[in-house]
Design a protein around this ligand. Structure first.
Ligand code: DX5
Ligand code: ZN
Length: 215
């Protein structure tokens, strides 16, 4: 069964406590937090104070996805805010290996995210050092976008790379995930499904989370 990571980007920020309490009651094991800086992606979301607030409202794993340039500048701050997993973009790091080590030195799990155009093969020499591979299935920056179908093929190649390298890495799919593609993604080797709009715009989010979990 996949791990479900609802993305708070789609939550109602006027009722953040209510929405986090809903997630606490749900079968989701992780909470996905999207940090955007308006430079790496054309949108600005939220940062440490919001993450700290969420950390105080939940015991779930805080799965923090940094869509920011030079993420190495803030590793310690995100740890202090409550991040359990810190994912940086391949495209945003000149010294990815150093950044991954810095994340692990802070006691967090280290993830690397790939934009839709970035091939998984570029991770050949770092795959054994990371805990999570986040495959973007939309262009990062916004929730509610359409799933890019090339992700299926990319997922298969990611699984092959991880097997071939004997690496212990979870594969996470982020963007446009819902009941229409969750089953296929799970069958092809996805370990973690991020879901923003499909959860928070649903009439009954708890039910959708449960259905995604059982997909
Ligand atoms: C997009 C973010 C995603 C987003 C997913 O840049 O990385 O995590 O919140 O939202 P949905 O599931 O609505 O595509
Ligand atoms: Zn994300």
């Amino acid at each position: 069964m996949p791990i479900i990571a609802p993305s708070v980007l789609a939550a109602d920020f006027g009722n953040l406590q209510r929405d986090i309490e809903m997630l606490n009651q749900s079968e989701a094991e992780w909470i996905h937090l999207d940090v955007m800086d308006g430079v790496f992606v054309p949108n600005i979301s939220y940062g440490m104070p919001v993450i700290k607030t969420i950390d105080g409202l939940t015991d779930k794993v805080l799965d923090t996805h940094l869509m920011i340039v030079q993420p190495e500048r803030y590793v310690k701050e995100f740890k202090e805010a409550g991040a359990d997993i810190l994912t940086v973009h391949y495209e945003a790091c000149s010294h990815l290996h150093r950044t991954v080590q810095a994340i692990k030195d802070e006691g967090m799990k280290a993830g690397v995210a790939l934009n839709p155009h970035t091939p998984v093969e570029l991770l050949e020499d770092i795959i054994r050092d990371i805990d999570l591979l986040l495959i973007m299935s939309v262009n990062p920056g916004f929730g509610g976008q359409k799933f890019i179908r090339n992700t299926y093929e990319k997922l298969v190649r990611a699984s092959e790379l991880i097997d071939r390298k004997n690496a212990e890495v979870l594969i996470e799919i982020d963007g446009g995930v819902g009941l229409g593609n969750a089953e296929q993604l799970t069958q092809l080797g996805a370990d973690v499904l991020v879901a923003g709009n499909s959860v928070f715009s649903a009439h009954n989010p708890l039910e959708i989370i449960s259905e995604l979990k059982n997909s």
